[in-house]
Design a protein around this ligand. Structure first.
Ligand code: FES
Length: 114
């Protein structure tokens, strides 16, 4: 483990339940629609009370998730549930049904970690 320099704060992170990664790269979706989804995700998580506390959902954007087709692509960890073709409407369902209520939106899943 790397020891932080004396003038740097030690790393710390509050607990969280899930981590969502959104591909914002240009290969899996035209016009980088993932960027719009990533911005929308923040407001949806806030609306559903998922930004803080024991149900907290972390979010991150990435330039590529190694799929590069059928996007925008989004993955939810630690379950390893991969969604394709994510529209704003589908993102809202993922936030409400999956991230808030724990029910995977099965019809939009194209891969799961075994
Ligand atoms: S560019 Fe989105 S998965 Fe590669």
């Amino acid at each position: 483990m790397q020891v932080p320099a004396p003038d740097q704060p030690a790393a710390f992170m509050d607990a969280y339940r899930r981590h969502v990664l959104v591909c914002t790269g240009g290969f899996c979706s035209p016009n980088r629609r993932g960027r719009e989804l990533y911005a929308l995700l923040a407001s949806l998580l806030q609306r559903e009370g998922l930004l803080f506390g024991p149900t907290r959902v972390k979010r991150g954007e990435t330039p590529c998730l190694g799929v590069c087709a059928g996007g925008p692509i989004l993955v939810v960890y630690p379950q390893g549930i991969w969604y394709a073709g994510v529209t704003p409407e589908l993102l809202e369902r993922i936030v409400v049904e999956h991230l808030r209520d724990g029910q995977v939106v099965n019809e939009a899943v194209f891969h799961r970690h075994s």
